[in-house]
Design a protein around this ligand. Sequence first.
Ligand SMILES: [Zn+2]
Length: 196
Amino acid sequence: MAKLYFHFGAMNAGKSMLLLRSAYNYAERNMRAVVFKPDIDTRNGHNDVVSSRIGLSAQAKSFCRKIDIADWVVKQHKAAKIDCIFFDEAQFLTQTQVWQLASIVDDLDIPVMCYGLRTDFKGDLFEGSAALLAIADSVMEIKTLCWCAHKATMTVRVDEDGEVVKDGTQIKIGDNDRYVSLCRRHWKAQMPEAPC
Ligand SMILES: [Zn+2]
């Protein structure tokens, strides 16, 4: 039985690398894996490639908040069997789209593996992550470390001048800001207005 998976981690935890490694395993066995990425992610100058810092990359189909993913997959699957579906930056899925992924798993028996951030730099759940945490069959944390060597679960946004950004929109991928993964204690020290 196929499952809906959510692998979450802070920024720079190696999520894309793990996605690409799994997708590569399918390709190696001559199985068809489809990789999706959000249409806002232009970090590599391309919107049709997922790549990781260690050099792996894969062709990707971009998704926006409006696309009916189940509809697209049903048509593609009829034309050529899909063995597995991957989502990079899955936090940008809508709740409706996450339910579409559940339908793909339940009705087509295709495993769907989502990789993404749990929370934004303000410590709030992303819509896609909230829905995945709620209904995924399997939820796994990809761990990374704070500078203090404790597990980093939070992310701060740092602007071009090196200042921590305390307000604004949720994480934008591909802009000039940088993101730093921190343990909750050190995140709170940077975000004095956090609700704690
Ligand atoms: Zn720390």
